[in-house]
Write a protein that binds this ligand. Structure first.
Ligand code: SF4
Length: 329
């Protein structure tokens, strides 16, 4: 190993590890993917948790595991069913790549999961963070992880901001080699529940005595969110509703189903059926839904009628699912 890049002595690093792990043992959240070390369950949770908060993942995770309890079931599923189970979580490329990776694991590896981070990296949808997270948590490989939470904790602990490569090196240096999976989860848990972006809870932080900043200059200004107004039409025929499929080449949510969109000028003066708010990545949408006559649509390319039973299992966009749960029950 090269020169150390963290300003703590070896004894201080050992104390830091002990303090953090003991805090984690007492305070960690009981989460469904922490009940055992099944690589399939951990892999699914790690993919869902990318860019998504734990509370938003919990219900989806439970439903997904019920529907696809093993990698064999997932690999044999149709992509549409996987997307349907993912509906509402966003970033659908994650589900597509996970499905592709399941086919590789079952078809080319006889259903045996990779063990090392290096091997995990060969699978679709697996980057440096995810490979290290799965290998350390499921197989105890001594590899560190850096996600947004870990990066922030390390920056605050050491009072400076380094480049990404140096941050990974720092994470490797503080890593506890005997309990790497728990240590990685403890660092992420600390960032998520104590050393939070806006209001770090330094008084109750197990790393307090090792920390250079203790919350000073902790809050970074958040980028302003964008706002957009969008309109959709709801056409009904009996209990069926008309849905339209996004083009396969769309950069966002390709191939998924949604309500037909309407130009705002086309609905001037009409009374809305429903207004909802919806956020996707950095944009907040103000969504207005209008009733449209049954005969006005239905022959367009990619448009079809679906009963509630059918669209429940369809790869709907999260927004379409939200609207339908409010108006077409
Ligand atoms: Fe973060 Fe405060 Fe803990 Fe430092 S003492 S790691 S700033 S919560």
């Amino acid at each position: 190993m090269g020169e150390r890049v963290i300003p703590l002595s070896p004894a201080q690093i050992r104390s830091f590890r002990r303090a953090l792990l003991s805090w984690y043992d007492q305070h960690r959240r009981e989460l469904p993917w922490r009940r055992d070390r099944d690589p399939y369950r951990i892999w699914v949770s790690e993919i869902m948790l990318q860019q998504t908060r734990v509370v938003a993942v919990l219900d989806h995770y439970a439903r997904f595991m019920q529907r696809f309890p093993t990698v064999q079931v997932l690999s044999a599923a149709r992509e549409n069913s996987v997307l349907a189970a993912w509906s509402g979580l966003g970033y659908y490329h994650r589900a597509r790549r996970m499905h592709q990776a399941a086919k590789v694991i079952v078809g080319e590896r006889g259903g045996v999961f990779p063990r090392s981070a290096k091997e995990w990296l060969d699978l679709p949808g697996i980057g440096r963070y995810t490979a290290a997270a799965i290998a350390s948590i499921a197989f105890d490989e001594a590899v560190a992880v850096v996600d947004g939470n870990v990066e922030r904790v390390l920056q605050r602990l050491f009072g400076d901001s380094t480049g990404m490569e140096a941050t990974w090196q720092r994470a490797e240096e503080v890593l506890d080699d005997e309990r790497p999976g728990d240590f990685n989860q403890a660092m992420m848990e600390l960032g998520a529940t104590v050393c939070m972006p806006r209001a770090p809870q330094c008084l109750i932080c197990p790393a307090n005595s090792f920390c250079r900043t203790r919350g000073v200059e902790a809050a970074k200004p958040q980028p302003a969110r964008k706002r957009r107004d969008v309109c959709y039409g709801l056409a009904r025929r009996g209990d069926s509703v008309l849905l339209t499929q996004r083009p396969p080449g769309s950069s966002l949510m390709a191939g998924m189903w949604e309500l037909p969109s309407l130009a705002p000028e086309a609905v001037n003066g009409h009374v809305p059926l429903l207004r909802v708010r919806h956020s996707i990545t950095d944009t907040d949408y103000r969504v207005t839904v209008y009733a449209i006559p049954e005969e006005s649509r239905g022959s367009g390319r990619g448009e079809r009628w679906f009963t509630p039973k059918q669209y429940e299992r369809l790869a709907l966009t999260g927004l379409a699912r939200k609207i339908l749960s409010k108006v077409a029950g």
